[in-house]
Design a protein around this ligand. Structure first.
Ligand code: ADP
Ligand code: MG
Length: 258
């Protein structure tokens, strides 16, 4: 099976007027179709840098990035990027916010508009289409951002700490919603998170990075029966705590626990 994401020996250097910083080095990573993987590691280990490289927003100093078998050299409609901050435009209604990607890519049609309205409905936002972002709670806004990301139907989703500004209960609900929505649509996803239990509950694999420079330290496979369970209940599954402690102690041993 051809990987959706294939990072080959990626290194990136940030150059400022005072220094050159080797942010990530020798990153190898393959993500298969339909896989959900998480990147965890201390702040500054290069998680956002890796997502930006996959999204085509940053060109790596070294190495090759392929998405769906093609070398990345700029943003592509195959990739959707969702951030911690929702970046909704305050002067646009919720519906109009979700249509932005379609407008920008010239794909706004009656059909794509009604699919987007359908997605809003699935996210429990059918009565919010005419409201403005400031009228919505943080959890609702993140759901709008998810609809906006999915509206253009990207095959790959990059999620950079999308839940970290939300309260715990909202975060748990959104975890389930995202996993079920992406699974139904056979999407591939890479999630960056601070929360190790979230990473295990949502993913097929957890990749632990270390820092200075950021490298892949170790990859952990999540057992099948945990993968098949929704994130909320995954936390009660046999083996969940054992895996949590295994990754946690690995983090401590390399001194990357936050
Ligand atoms: P993470 O998302 O894991 O917290 P980042 O990818 O944001 O890490 O950052 C990796 C390293 O690169 C950090 O040391 C950070 O300070 C540095 N860095 C990130 N963005 C820039 C930038 N635009 N200019 C200079 N250094 C940067
Ligand atoms: Mg980051």
């Amino acid at each position: 099976m051809e990987p959706v994401v294939d990072l080959h020996n990626i290194s990136h250097v940030y150059v400022t007027d005072r220094e050159a910083l080797l942010a990530v080095e020798g990153i190898q990573m393959k993500v298969l179709p339909g896989e959900f993987i998480s990147l965890v590691g201390p702040s500054g280990c290069g998680k956002t840098t890796i997502l930006s490289i996959i999204a085509g927003l940053l060109k790596p100093a070294l190495g090759e990035v392929k998405v769906k078998g093609r070398t990345v050299n700029g943003p592509s409609p195959d990739v959707g990027y969702m951030l911690q901050q929702d970046y909704l435009f305050p002067w646009r209604t919720i519906m109009d916010n979700t249509l932005i990607g379609l407008e920008l890519t010239g794909k706004l049609t009656e059909h794509s508009r009604s699919l987007t309205a359908e997605l809003l409905k699935e996210m429990g936002l059918e009565s919010s289409g005419r409201l403005y972002p400031q009228q919505l709670s943080g959890g609702m806004r993140q759901r709008v951002a998810l609809v906006r990301t999915l509206a253009t139907d990207p095959e790959l989703l990059l999620l950079d700490e999308p839940f970290s500004a939300l309260d715990y209960q909202t975060k748990l609900q959104l975890e389930d919603l995202i996993v079920s929505t992406l699974r139904e649509r056979d999407k591939t996803a890479i999630l960056v998170t601070h929360d190790l239990s979230e990473a295990i509950a949502m993913s097929d694999k957890v990749i632990l990075l270390n820092r200075n420079p950021g490298r892949v330290h170790r990859t952990f496979e999540v057992p099948d029966h945990i993968r098949r369970t929704t994130p909320f209940y995954a936390r009660n599954e046999m083996g969940f705590n054992e895996l949590f402690h295994e990754i946690w102690s690995e983090m401590e041993s390399i001194g990357v626990k936050e």
